[in-house]
Design a protein around this ligand. Structure first.
Ligand SMILES: CCCCCCCCCCCCCCCCC(=O)SCCNC(=O)CCNC(=O)[C@H](O)C(C)(C)COP(=O)(O)OP(=O)(O)OC[C@H]1O[C@@H](n2cnc3c(N)ncnc32)[C@H](O)[C@@H]1OP(=O)(O)O
Ligand SMILES: CCCCCCCC/C=C\CCCCCCCC(=O)OC[C@@H](O)COP(=O)(O)O
Length: 278
């Protein structure tokens, strides 16, 4: 009797939901993004105990476990990564990896190629994303307060020391925030200060534009192919603080060119929208 009643409600509700999702692209988009967030929360909650049991607490070693879990997400969303230049990660010792940042989906692209012993710099607010915050903490993510330049700088100088003593690579999104508008934002300089202060190479990584398959303005979230290129390391030995701006500009120019090439879009002229390549 009870299960019959449940069926009476559950079946029409499910059908109504399916109909609504079919009818409203906005709802469909939101449902898919929500499913991604739920997946991250759920996977984090299940992976955190594994990290604790395996490695005992906050350590970069946990990134291997997290990476293996996240790498399976792409199949659920029909994403494919074509990666080139992975051999450039084979540097002796620590380095600073810089890449473009388009959306929360970047976590999948990050984990697709993440080298061993590599932690990311993230905004402090991420720590409060429930189990996702916990898993980031356990993986050794370094949290900075973006509202306080002095705090961010002092955290970064601590990072420099840890990089050399613990042989850790650091992954930084130099745009400082997500940007999905088909171009790169101007770079902040923290990553380049860090590389020069610790005299380690900078390795740029570029992901092609997501706009053809993920675009919140157009309620678009379909399957897609992402081209990824790891560029050759830029060595900083002998550079000083006076070279930070030039290093930052060189990386920005190279990465922006690569971004347009990988995305099949032409260079933006005076801020106009990029045109499709011929
Ligand atoms: C199992 C399932 C799991 C599912 C989930 C999986 C999760 C797994 C983990 C993945 C984690 C991923 C985390 C990703 C997180 C992504 C982010 O959060 S991006 C946002 C945060 N990151 C950044 O902001 C990095 C880039 N920002 C910078 O580098 C900034 O420069 C800054 C250091 C943060 C400071 O920023 P700001 O306060 O805006 O100041 P600026 O204008 O940049 O600089 C002012 C001034 O200071 C100089 N300067 C900067 N840094 C230094 C330094 N270290 N030393 C000396 N001087 C410095 C800078 O040059 C400016 O001076 P100038 O004269 O104008 O040049
Ligand atoms: C109990 C609390 C529950 C909180 C629920 C939070 C729901 C979100 C859950 C999962 C989302 C998965 C996110 C994976 C990690 C994303 C990291 C990321 O991309 O952060 C954005 C940051 O780089 C820049 O932020 P802004 O663009 O400046 O903004």
């Amino acid at each position: 009797m009870e299960s019959g009643g449940l069926l009476l409600w559950a079946l029409p509700s499910a059908l109504l939901l399916a109909l609504l999702l079919q009818l409203s692209p906005r709802l469909r988009f939101r449902a898919k993004v929500l499913s991604y967030c739920a997946l991250c929360l759920m996977a984090s909650a299940l992976t955190a105990p594994a990290c604790l049991l395996w490695n005992g607490g906050r350590t970069v070693e946990n990134m291997r476990i997290i990476k293996n879990v996240v790498r399976s997400f792409k199949y659920l969303y029909g994403l494919r990564f074509d990666v080139k230049g992975l051999e450039h990660f084979q540097v002796e010792g620590p380095c600073v990896i810089v890449s473009n940042h388009q959306s929360v989906l970047d976590m999948m692209g990050l984990m697709e190629i993440l080298p061993d012993r590599c932690v990311q710099i993230g905004k402090r607010e991420l720590l409060y994303f429930g189990s996702v915050g916990l898993i980031m903490y356990l993986g050794g993510v370094i949290f900075i307060n973006r509202k306080s330049t002095s705090n961010a700088k002092s955290v970064m100088s601590g990072v420099g020391q840890a990089m050399t003593t613990d042989n850790v690579k650091v992954w930084i999104y130099p745009e400082g925030t997500r940007n999905g508008n088909g171009d790169l934002l101007p770079f902040k300089k923290g990553a380049f200060h860090l590389a020069i202060q610790t005299q380690v190479p900078v390795i740029p990584v570029v992901y092609s534009s997501f706009t053809t398959f993920y675009n919140p303005e157009k309620n678009l979230f379909t399957s897609g192919r992402i081209r990824v290129e790891v560029l050759p390391p830029i060595h900083t030995s002998g550079m000083t603080a006076t070279d930070v701006t030039e290093l930052c500009d060189t990386c920005y120019t190279t990465m922006r060119e690569t971004f347009f090439r990988l995305s099949g879009t032409a260079r933006r002229v005076n801020g106009s929208t990029p045109h499709l390549a011929q």
